[in-house]
Design a protein around this ligand. Structure first.
Ligand code: SF4
Length: 272
């Protein structure tokens, strides 16, 4: 039966893939795995995510830079590694103890920078207030927009100053200032769903960069919403079968689909 384009449901996670590269969405929604669940880089992503979930609690319990600098980050990582198999049994089952130790060592190399950056943030009252709220809530809210036919689950949705602040954790490297453009659109997507659910405009979001311990607040503008709306329409067409043009970028070098993408591109050029 022909599926009407507007009826195709989109998730915020798919939009995030689209923001990274439209072709990645094309491949991933046709059964090709974007991340190999048995790859060390995917396991590192999971460990960093779990480590980042501890940052707010740490800031909440610290009243000075010295408090953060004297915290035992090694023990925090050990605890995360201990609990990983309980939280992600499927993913961890494919890993030997030796491979897990390599992943832990890699993450351990980020800890000094994380600790230093978190210690700077303990002096920022706004970040401390947000960290306090994050550590007091433990739900990942399911958001659904009937209007857009989009669903998503942010890490947190904080109720602040008569509005809401969607929060997400990213394990990518943080830019020098602010957040990456695709991550601003990602958090905007959550804001748009939350606006429909709660009926209030949302003006900002927060990105926690796991690898460096940065908390970055981001303002959401009309132009971001416009871009998300366009992306939803385009993502629907891609899910419906339209192959987007190849968008060569620095990402291609480390992309899981690079071989597939090059083959398709050269086949297409032979046919022209
Ligand atoms: S190889 Fe480049 S264009 Fe192709 S899917 Fe990956 S990032 Fe996108």
């Amino acid at each position: 039966m022909f599926l009407k384009n507007e009826k195709i449901k989109i998730t915020v996670s798919e939009l995030s893939t689209y923001f990274s590269c439209p072709r990645k969405l094309y491949y991933s929604c046709r059964g090709h795995e974007q991340f190999h669940s048995s790859s060390p880089s995917y396991m590192e992503h999971l460990v960093l995510k779990e480590v980042a979930m501890q940052y707010s609690e740490l800031l909440k319990g610290s009243s000075s830079k010295d408090d953060v600098l004297s915290a035992d980050f090694d023990s925090m990582l050990l605890q995360v590694m201990d609990e990983l198999g309980i939280i992600y049994p499927d993913e961890v089952s494919g890993f030997t103890q030796e491979k897990m130790s390599e992943v832990a060592e890699n993450v351990r190399s980020f800890l000094p920078e994380i600790q230093e950056n978190l210690s700077e943030q303990v002096e920022n009252p706004e970040i401390c207030k947000i960290a306090d709220m994050i550590s007091s809530s433990d739900n990942e809210p399911y958001l659904q927009s009937e209007k857009l036919n989009v669903t998503g689950v942010p890490y947190r949705l904080l109720s602040m100053d008569d509005s809401f602040v969607p929060v997400m954790i990213k394990t990518s490297k943080a830019p020098e200032n602010g957040v990456w453009n695709n991550e601003r659109l990602h958090v905007t997507s959550f804001a748009m769903l939350a606006e429909e659910a709660h009926g209030v405009p949302i003006k900002s979001g927060l990105v926690i960069y796991a690898k460096s311990g940065h908390f970055r607040k981001v303002n959401i503008h009309s132009n971001d919403r416009r871009q998300v709306l366009k992306a939803i329409g385009r993502a629907r067409k891609i899910k419906d079968g339209k192959m987007p043009d190849k968008n060569e970028s620095a990402l291609c070098a480390s992309c899981e689909f690079t071989e597939m993408c090059n083959v398709k591109a050269s086949l297409a050029s032979k046919l022209l």
